[in-house]
Design a protein around this ligand. Structure first.
Ligand SMILES: Cc1cc2nc3c(=O)[nH]c(=O)nc-3n(C[C@H](O)[C@H](O)[C@H](O)COP(=O)(O)OP(=O)(O)OC[C@H]3O[C@@H](n4cnc5c(N)ncnc54)[C@H](O)[C@@H]3O)c2cc1C
Ligand code: FES
Ligand code: FES
Length: 1345
């Protein structure tokens, strides 16, 4: 079977159109092909590793055996185009469009307010669309599963689920957990005004308006492909790329022949293992063998003693096959299948399970593999085939360890896997613990099986296998052997734990870290298994009475809670807001839940983001070269090899900068010194992004290490390494107060940093013009004026030659305020030097490495209080890790200090803060700007006081809260009435006191599961502490047809600012929103703008738009007066005739704000947003997992401009805050290298992290005269309310510790990860693990907070 040197034609369909690719390159992914070759840019790049779902598309294939057409979702970033031979691909553009017909999925996600920035929306649409293709009326559980692999950083998922639920079989609506009661009818107990008021709305969209789903309207499977599968091509197909050849045989025989000929060539199936390895580890395989067309690898056969599954079956298919078998066979035979099914539900995402094959999973032998430990203990065997014949090998520990004697031979392939039935007296279980419940690689997993001598509790056979605790799956074979013949009792349990810890030993420096946690899980899992089996034995004992049956230890009901895992529950909830006044004209959209202006375009993929702009003439790509050292002198930079790579045009270094290279301490491009790993040194410019990325590997940089290298706050303090002077506020006499109090508590709080993880990474396109050194810059930024200024100073050309355009930004959260200017300036230098347009799109890895994020914080507090809980003195000192340059660190420190008091009136206070200078990438602005970290210290301190007083924390909060008109620590007067109202409403609406009692009851009855409840108040100040930062401008043009173009200084980041601005213009001009349009934010239209940040974007720009509209209306007044019955169009025509200017600039001079740090006094903030949140969680003390039972938020939005958008902001920020405090953990190596550089290692909340019941209410009847239409800016405040989940977790941990008689005051560390929770719930298992002396090894990671 010859392998021709000419490529075959690759034939597949996209959105019903045939694609013939004559030179298909095996290295090209479907994502890149769609975006670059077919210009279908609806499918987005956000991670490139299958971890975020932004690139989800549907693939349809006809099964050659069953002849059925399978539709399944995939992540296009991992699909090589060559794998698509004979397949039909549907992208978001193929589903529906604004130009033709919207698909109901697209319509509903937009109208349900399920889009904010819209970057994740096409992926969401495709996951839902694929689900509906297979199940036109899915269950809510299926919906949750389908969306589990799609990340959204903006919405908090609730509205996305709401849109999906409209397709589900009768949805539960807001029925509370089967009680049949609606959350709105909370009954007599609900004394809240929210429950009583008749003008409270709970609908943000009208379901009845939606188009019905009509499955007959969907794209059909292309008839040509049907014909192709009826008469399948048996010929070997070959596709030659530049570096890789793809060979796809048509018969099994040819496959074996090819494998014999190319033994080193991997088989490529789902590419979910090979793909990421080739991308991140740089593995290159010159030949790839694709068995996609070999039906023999998909055969499934059932026998009396087991099941044989073809190695080519996808994990999704395996799940279906096992589920079917479980439904057919008695329980005793399906123990292994059930255990596999359990893990198949949480393994990766639906998309990955659709792509990944069973064979690929087994052969990859990842140490974290979820299936291999179960297959190993279940005595699975592997059926291998080669030209030489077939043979069987056990899927044993030796195979998993990769021992040559127990492995495949290079010319062999895995044909199928045989999984035997289990038998009576045999029990198999699976365990897994990850950073979060779904779509996360496990920290540790395990498969456990025991077989008893019939009718006894004597162990006849025992197998235990762990994943995640070594380089490969580890079998505890020795321990198991030593336990044979033992009875299943407490003595055996103790001995087993000791032996397991001995055998499955993990060194202190083990890669992946979390060593003590992993050790604890090794025994905790076994304990769970022990209890499970004991329960099962008891059931069996009745029909089979065994001698000495009294030996079975009784499990008290309190301990049974160890057995249950947290089930995935579909979130429910209610959103409440005050309806507009009944007299408000219908046409006036202010205060109504108007859909995001771009919602429908987000859903169809037509919304254009920066990198969706078509390639411009002569465009080049740029890739950045970054430092691999934390603090070093650059000795030499050798570009020669890189410049020789075909397609490479130039390398831009600091020498190429004609103007200013950043600042003295913060260079755009490093000159002779680097200050952190990830600092940009130079940039390659090439014809394609692939060439540019290949070239950066070839640049050789030599360094000479400098000292001292500082990463942690502790080291910075030791070395007196700070970025700016201390910031301090003081009131009363703290020392004197400490002398008069009943008690004093001191404590420490560590809060880790946070990655912005905006779905759209940093990107910029710089287009040099031919005349006058003009540049057009399209950039994803919150601050185009800053990009413009920086480019101007870097290129040494006046600002007026540079125009920055921002159409929309795929999420910013503060991360696109300062950084985009750096990327814009470097790209501009490249454009100037080469004379070509330059496109720079950061990979997720580079984005996370380079850009920094939220400042990690270390806080120390000393609090003095009376025994009744009244706090008399509070002294807090905070240190934030600023990284290697100043950036916003001084401002963050100031804001942190200003906001530390939160909602509390404490007479004697001292707050101090310092920003540490370390050798980490510079940290920067992030939603909340210091408040979410700092205030965690304050609230932790309150909790500590409560513990000492023996009172519930909410009592201490209440006792110390501001009550009357008062002054803050910086002497700004304010009225806390709305704060108190939010607090009381929140207590009422959440039935807090009842639930606190119920949680206590639950805790008494359950030893291994504990519930915690917490309610947190919030006083959040919005705005910048300077008047000039509150100015804003707008430009409104009325055209002669009556249409109006609005431009203002704010940027659309997903927060709906453009929608709100048109609502304002519509009210002011008294015309429908359909007459109004916003095109983009441009520095040429509105100059000298302020960053869209600090929650005031809509306030201040709204005032400017209002001003412009009022000016225009004033000019039109005489005309309207003359013809009051005329139409808008007639008035405009008349105005034009009468030479009245139809264009006006609106301006808002800004809220007054100032702060005098010398005096510690000022009026730094225009106003406060008040709120309160109550959360309840349940923790699993054995694994550290938690589930969020319920959250209720009450927020004072005053008169919301748009309740759908504002509730969306609150929910999105809350979920982001929850991520900060529970799962998002940045890990650094001891050399200062950020490990967590993608969605695999850094876990932002997924859809299954949303609280099971999630209610948000806007406080009714609240006013603020200062702002536009008495509305409030809500962009940031919800973030801190996520801490209610954190404090609920710590409440549950405290309950566990109390029961175990361990001190209740423990060091508070955020995020409260499963690791932290497990280790804080100390018990006999945490006590039995070996502990390492930290001085004896170098840890895998360091803590920088
Ligand atoms: C985002 C993401 C999340 C994930 N999460 C999890 C998780 O939570 N838990 C977990 O356990 N895993 C997880 N995985 C890993 C996933 O399970 C594996 O990548 C997958 O099962 C590999 O299958 P594949 O078909 O894609 O293999 P490929 O990448 O196509 O191939 C992998 C290897 O297997 C070999 N191979 C494949 N088939 C055969 C055969 N028939 N005979 C001989 N050799 C063969 C190939 O030569 C290659 O070396 C995740 C992966 C991704 C990308
Ligand atoms: S870009 Fe493909 S999954 Fe993230
Ligand atoms: S709307 Fe989902 S990421 Fe922005």
């Amino acid at each position: 079977m010859p392998c021709p040197s000419r490529s075959d034609e690759l034939v597949f369909f996209v959105n019903g159109r045939k694609v013939i690719e004559r030179n298909a390159d095996p290295e090209v992914t479907l994502l890149s092909f769609l975006r670059k070759n077919l210009r279908l840019t609806g499918t987005k790049y956000a991670c490139g590793r299958g971890g975020c779902g932004a690139c989800t598309v549907m693939v349809s294939k006809r099964d050659p055996t069953s002849q059925e057409i399978r539709h399944f979702s995939v992540t296009a970033c991992l699909v090589p185009i060559c794998s698509l031979y004979g397949a039909a691909v549907t992208t978001v553009e193929g589903v529906g469009s604004m130009k033709t017909r919207l698909h109901p999925v697209q319509e509903r996600i937009a109208k349900s307010h399920g889009t904010q920035c819209g970057f994740c929306t096409p992926g969401m649409v495709m996951s839902m669309y694929t689900l509906l293709r297979n199940h036109p009326q899915p269950s809510e559980e299926q919906l949750l599963e389908a969306l589990g692999g799609n990340l959204c950083r903006c919405t908090g998922y609730r509205p996305i689920l709401a849109s999906g639920k409209t397709f589900c079989l009768e949805s539960n609506g807001c029925q509370q957990k089967g009680t049949g009661k609606c959350c709105l009818d909370l009954g007599e107990n609900d004394s809240s005004s929210l429950g009583r008021k008749s003008d409270i709305c709970t609908e943000l969209f009208v379901k009845e308006e939606f188009q019905p789903l009509d499955p007959t309207q969907e794209l059909i499977f292309p008839p040509e492909l049907l014909r192709m599968t009826e008469n399948p091509e048996k010929r070997t197909l070959t596709f030659h790329g530049e570096r890789v050849t793809w060979i796809s045989p048509g018969t099994f025989k040819d496959l074996l022949e090819l494998k014999a000929k190319h033994p080193e060539a991997p088989l490529i199936l789902g590419n979910t293992s090979l793909g990421p390895a080739m991308r991140s580890k740089g593995c290159l395989y010159p030949i790839l063998l694709s068995p996609a067309r070999i039906s023999e690898l998909n055969v499934v056969s059932k026998t009396n003693d087991g099941l044989t599954i073809g190695a080519g079956c996808s994990l999704a298919q395996v799940k279906d096959i096992l589920a079917e078998r479980v439904s057919e066979l008695p329980e005793e035979k399906t123990q292994t299948y059930r255990a596999l099914l359990k893990h198949l539900k949480s393994l990766a995402s639906q998309q990955i399970r659709n792509m990944a094959s069973l064979g690929g999973h087994i052969i990859s032998r990842h140490s974290y593999s979820d299936l291999n430990p179960i297959l190993a203990v279940g005595n699975a065997t592997l059926n291998l085939t080669s030209e030489e014949g077939t043979r069987r090998i056990p899927l044993s520990e030796h195979f998993l360890a990769g021992l040559a004697s127990a492995d495949l031979k290079p010319e062999e392939i895995l044909e199928s896997v045989y999984i035997p039935h289990s038998q009576k007296w045999e029990f198999v279980s699976a365990f897994r613990q990850a950073q979060c419940q779904q779509n996360a690689l496990p920290d540790v997993n395990a498969g456990m099986r025991v077989l008893f001598k019939e009718g006894t509790d004597i162990i006849e056979d025992l197998s235990i296998t762990y994943g995640g605790v070594g380089a490969a799956t580890v079998s505890a074979h020795k321990s198991c052997q030593q336990l044979l013949g033992r009875q299943w009792d407490e003595l055996m349990l103790d001995e087993a734990c000791r032996r397991l810890l001995d055998e499955v030993s993990l060194p202190g420096w083990a890669p992946g870290g979390r060593v003590e946690f992993k050790r604890t899980l090794v025994v905790s899992f076994f304990f769970k298994f022990y209890l499970q089996v004991l329960q099962e034995l008891k059931k069996l004992i009745k029909p089979f009475p065994v001698p000495n049956s009294r030996r079975y230890p009784e499990i008290s009901d309190r301990f049974l809670s160890a057995l249950e895992d947290f089930p995935g529950t579909v979130p429910q909830g209610v959103q409440r807001y005050q309806s507009v006044d009944s007299h408000q004209p219908l046409q006036d959209p202010v205060g109504r839940p108007v859909m995001h202006l771009s919602g429908l375009k987000h859903a169809t993929g037509e919304a254009e983001f920066c990198d969706d702009i078509p390639m411009v003439d002569k465009e080049l790509c740029m890739a950045l070269v970054t430092s691999t050292r934390a603090y070093a002198k650059i000795i030499s930079v050798d570009l020669s090899e890189a410049l020789e790579i075909p397609g490479v045009v130039d390398v831009i270094t600091a020498k190429d900068i004609p103007g200013i290279n950043g600042t003295k301490d913060d260079k755009l491009l490093a000159v002779d010194e680097v200050l952190c790993v990830g600092q940009i040194i130079c940039a390659v410019v090439a014809e394609t992004d692939v060439q540019a990325k290949r070239a950066i590997e070839k640049i050789k940089i030599t360094y000479e290490e400098l000292e001292p290298i500082i990463f942690t706050i502790e080291d910075a303090i030791k070395h007196n390494s700070f970025l700016c002077p201390e910031k301090k506020l003081e009131q009363g006499n703290i020392e004197e107060a400490f002398e008069k109090v009943d008690q004093i508590v001191e404590g420490e709080v560590h809060v880790g940093g946070q990655e912005h993880f905006y779905m759209e990474t940093q990107r910029v396109l710089v287009i040099p013009k031919t005349e006058d050194k003009e540049l057009d810059i399209y950039v994803s930024t919150q601050d185009p004026a800053h990009v413009q200024k920086t480019v101007s100073s870097t290129l040494n050309i006046p600002i007026n030659r540079i125009t920055c355009h921002v159409k929309r930004v795929g999420g910013g959260f503060g991360g696109k305020i300062g950084r985009p200017a750096v990327f814009g300036a470097i790209a501009a230098v490249g454009a100037l030097k080469t004379g070509h347009p330059i496109r720079l799109v950061l990979d997720r890895e580079d984005d996370m490495l380079i850009t920094g994020g939220r400042h990690p914080l270390f806080g120390k507090y000393k609090v003095g209080f009376m025994n009744n809980g009244r706090i008399k003195a509070l002294d807090i000192e905070c240190f934030i890790n600023g990284g290697c340059t100043l950036d916003d660190s001084e401002l963050v420190t100031e804001f942190l200090i200003l906001k530390l008091e939160n909602a509390y009136k404490i007479r004697n206070l001292r707050f101090r803060g310092r920003a540490c200078l370390t050798n980490l990438p510079s940290n920067t602005a992030f939603r909340g700007f210091g408040f979410p970290q700092g205030t965690l210290v304050t609230e932790s301190c309150i909790t500590a006081v409560a513990a000492k007083c023996g009172l519930p924390p909410e009592k201490i909060r209440e006792k110390n809260m501001y009550r009357t008109v008062d002054k803050t620590i910086y002497k700004q007067a304010f009225n806390p009435e709305s704060l108190i109202r939010c607090w009381n409403e929140c207590l009422d609406v959440s039935s807090f006191h009842n639930r606190r009692k119920q949680a206590e009851e639950f805790n008494k009855k359950n030893y291994w599961k504990k519930r915690g409840v917490a309610v947190i108040p919030m006083k959040f100040s919005v705005g910048f502490a300077a008047t000039s930062y509150h100015q804003a401008a707008a430009l409104v043009h009325i055209y002669t047809d009556g249409s109006v173009l609005v431009t203002h200084g704010g940027n659309e980041l997903g927060q709906g600012i453009h929608t709100k601005m048109l609502q304002v213009a519509s009210r002011e001009l008294k015309i429908p929103m359909s007459h109004l349009h916003i095109c983009e934010t441009s520095t040429a239209m509105v100059p000298n703008t302020i960053a869209t940040a600090a929650s005031v974007g809509a306030d201040i720009n709204g005032k400017a738009v209002q001003n412009a509209c009022q000016i225009l209306l004033k000019r039109l007044e005489p005309i309207i007066k003359k013809n009051p019955e005329g139409t808008w169009e007639e008035w405009i025509e008349a105005a034009f005739e009468q030479r009245i200017s139809l264009s006006a600039t609106g301006y808002f001079r800004g809220y007054k704000a100032f702060m005098d740090w010398e005096k510690g006094e000022g009026d730094p903030f225009p106003y406060y947003v008040y709120g309160a949140a109550c959360s309840e969680v349940e923790i699993d003390c054995l694994t550290g997992a938690h589930k969020k039972i319920r959250t209720d938020i009450v927020m004072d939005a005053c008169c919301s401009l748009n309740p759908a958008i504002d509730i969306g902001q609150i929910e999105g920020a809350f979920i982001q805050g929850m991520g900060l405090y529970t799962t998002e953990e940045l890990k650094y190596s001891p050399e200062g290298v950020l490990y967590s550089r993608g969605p695999d290692e850094y876990k932002i909340p997924t859809i299954s992290d949303v609280p099971e019941e999630f209610n948000v209410s806007l406080l009714p009847s609240s006013q603020t005269p200062l702002t536009i239409y008495s509305s409030k800016g809500l962009g940031e405040s919800g973030m801190f309310l996520g801490s209610s989940v954190f404090f609920a977790i710590t409440d549950a941990v405290a309950a566990a510790r109390k029961e175990r008689d361990i001190a209740e005051d423990f060091t508070v560390k955020s995020p409260a990860t499963p690791e932290w929770v497990r280790m804080a719930c100390a018990d006999r298992f945490t006590e039995m693990i070996p502990r390492d002396d930290p001085k004896t090894f170098k840890p895998w990671s360091i803590t920088v907070a």
